[in-house]
Design a protein around this ligand. Structure first.
Ligand SMILES: [Zn+2]
Ligand SMILES: [Zn+2]
Ligand SMILES: [Zn+2]
Ligand SMILES: [Zn+2]
Ligand SMILES: [Zn+2]
Length: 362
């Protein structure tokens, strides 16, 4: 109980203090009789105006009698850029009241582009080398617009004409022109390179090989005349120079003598040789030079040497075939036997005795 009384007394004392303060303020307010002074704030182009009332005694103030902003008082439009067919015009106007520091003092305006006034167009037909089109021109500004484009037609070319003949080594040039269009038209003249013909090499002279020197064929171009050596053949290693069979040879009937030909031929040159007897019924000769006596008498044996290049050398030797004593004895015996045969033959038949003797002596 004692405690509640204490809280209440604090509350009451606070309440009392507040009431003293409030009565003091209202006492002062109540005291001012307010003598307001008017101040008129004029409206401008962009801001409204009003009247401010301020008490000259207590300084209390308020505003009233609001007036709307006047808005700018623009002069005439001034054109800075005339409108054209394609571009807008630009103009401005200035407020005669305010100065340039005020927003909207200058107003900028645009005048819409007029748009082109196209004419009926000029038609250009497509020709060879040149496109066709219709060109429209603006009656106002002269601007042009190309429409309805058509591709160029093909040229009608004539025959090729050779301007520069090609040579064996250098290319030539040919041209042809269109019969329809003018010389100035694009593609009116066409030119093309003619390839060089190349040489026409013909074999002219064969130079045979010589000792240690190659042979070759001289070729000449039938058109320009230049020459070139081609088709080389190996140099000659040499040749056969001679063959010698020596002195006369005597060989007995049915016996063999050997020929030893001495062949003079350069080193490394290939060659072959052969033998031939003029009368093979007297003596034969084989490929190795072996002579065989075939009948009494004389003959000539020839040795022919041919080298790898076809060079030929020959030599001859005389060969005599003789009968030995034994040969003669045989012959005599045969003659006698023949005689006997003739006698018998005379009795019994015909025998060719002459033919028999002829067979011995040739
Ligand atoms: Zn006052
Ligand atoms: Zn203004
Ligand atoms: Zn125009
Ligand atoms: Zn043409
Ligand atoms: Zn040539």
């Amino acid at each position: 109980m004692k405690k509640i009384t204490k809280v209440l007394s604090v509350f009451l004392s606070v309440l009392m203090a507040m009431s003293v303060f409030v009565s003091a303020v209202s006492a002062e307010e109540a005291e001012c009789t307010h003598e307001y002074v008017e101040e008129t704030i004029a409206a401008t182009c962009v801001e409204g105006g009003f009247t401010r009332y301020t008490c000259s005694l207590c300084g209390d103030s308020y505003e009233g009698d609001a007036v709307e902003a006047l808005g700018h008082t623009y002069g005439s439009w001034i054109i800075t850029k005339d409108e054209t067919c394609a571009e807008d015009g630009v103009k401005y106007r200035e407020c005669s009241v305010c100065d340039s520091s005020v927003s909207g003092h200058i107003e900028i305006g645009f005048v819409k582009a007029i748009g082109h006034d196209w004419d009926d167009g000029v038609v250009t037909e497509a020709t060879c080398g040149q496109k066709g089109s219709t060109v429209y021109t603006c009656r106002n500004c002269g601007a042009q617009e190309i429409k309805d484009e058509k591709p160029a037609l093909a040229h009608t070319y004539g025959e090729w004409v050779v301007v520069t003949e090609p040579t064996c080594t250098e290319s030539g040039l040919k041209e042809r022109t269109c019969s329809l269009c003018a010389e100035t038209a694009e593609g009116h003249t066409q030119s093309e390179v003619i390839s060089a013909t190349g040489h026409d090499m013909q074999a002219k002279t064969v130079v045979p090989p010589e000792y240690k020197m190659q042979g070759y064929t001289i070729y000449e171009c039938s058109k320009c005349g230049i020459t070139e050596n081609r088709d080389f053949t190996p140099a000659l290693k040499g040749r056969v120079h001679s063959v010698e069979l020596g002195e006369k040879i005597v060989v007995n009937y049915e016996e063999v003598a050997e020929l030893n030909p001495v062949i003079d031929v350069d080193e490394d040159v290939a060659y072959s040789y052969s033998f031939r007897s003029d009368a093979e019924n007297v003596a034969t000769v084989d490929e190795d030079g072996n002579i065989i006596g075939k009948g009494m008498g004389k003959t000539v044996i020839t040795c022919t040497v041919v080298d790898e290049y076809g060079n030929t050398e020959t030599d001859t030797v005389e060969v005599q075939v003789k009968f030995t004593m034994a040969n003669w004895m045989t012959i005599i015996r045969q003659v006698l036997q023949a005689a006997i045969d003739i006698v018998i033959g005379g009795l019994f038949g015909d025998v060719d005795f002459g033919g028999f003797l002829g067979g011995l002596f040739k």
